[in-house]
Write a protein that binds this ligand. Structure first.
Ligand SMILES: Cc1cc2nc3c(=O)[nH]c(=O)nc-3n(C[C@H](O)[C@H](O)[C@H](O)COP(=O)(O)O)c2cc1C
Length: 211
């Protein structure tokens, strides 16, 4: 039997009490409750500098290698993005940019797209504003597609997010929980078919139209 897809969830914010961090935690709780295998990644736990080519020439930072391995090991991802000036924040761009860099010293990581290609990604966002970070999603989705990810058709933007969580970090409104669950369900459904195992992700991205 094929193992169920592993789900990676992370927020594009390292701020204490981040709304997107809270949304990521709520999504992880919902996914766990539905029986998924979940990794909740805190970008604050990775020491990843601002990208600069000279740093890369000196050697890929250890935590960039860790990040690549974590991304590769999960066939489905949920990204919770803040919105900064109508787009996604520099932290998310910097994290993704580093993860796309080929590793010259290691042939196993010579393909910069290896962590991304064939992954199924659900996009969530949270903002105190009325649009809930929807405009960040409109920039993030084309980036993910350019990196050969499959983006789930369902997405969710949590507006007025500062009032959306209870004291335990759960989403107060059932409608919000349903929306997050809808994205998770699509990611798990598609990841199970498009990229059932990390090793199969590469194969699937090469062969899915040849059957
Ligand atoms: C530089 C900057 C730009 C921002 N631009 C937007 C914006 O365009 N739209 C929006 O809804 N919120 C905007 N905000 C407010 C963020 O949504 C808010 O700070 C949010 O809490 C950030 O996400 P986090 O709580 O996950 O860290 C901006 C905040 C900063 C610091």
């Amino acid at each position: 039997m094929t193992a169920p897809p592993k789900l990676l969830i992370f927020a594009g914010s390292t701020r204490r009490n981040s709304l997107n961090g809270r949304l990521a935690q709520a999504a992880a709780d919902l996914a766990l409750a539905s029986g998924a295998e979940v990794t909740l990644l805190e970008l604050a736990d990775l020491a990843i500098p601002m990208y600069q080519g000279d740093l890369e020439t000196e050697g890929m930072p250890a935590d960039v290698m860790r990040l690549k391995q974590i991304l590769f090991a999960h066939s489905g991802w949920i990204i919770c993005s803040p919105e900064y000036n109508g787009s996604y924040p520099a932290l998310l761009k910097n994290t993704i940019d580093w993860a796309t860099r080929p590793v010259k010293s290691d042939p196993a990581w010579a393909d910069g797209l290896k962590p991304f290609s064939g992954k199924v990604v659900g996009v969530l966002s949270a903002s105190p504003g009325a649009l809930g970070g929807l405009r960040a999603q409109s920039h993030l989705v084309p980036l993910l597609i350019a990196l050969q990810c499959w983006v789930a058709p369902k997405a969710f933007a949590l507006s007025r997010a500062a009032e959306a969580f209870d004291a335990d970090g759960g989403l107060i409104q059932d409608a919000h929980r349903q929306s997050v669950r809808g994205v998770i369900d699509q990611v798990l459904f598609a990841a199970g078919r498009l990229a059932p195992t990390p090793g199969a992700a590469e194969t699937a991205s090469r062969t899915q139209f040849s059957k």
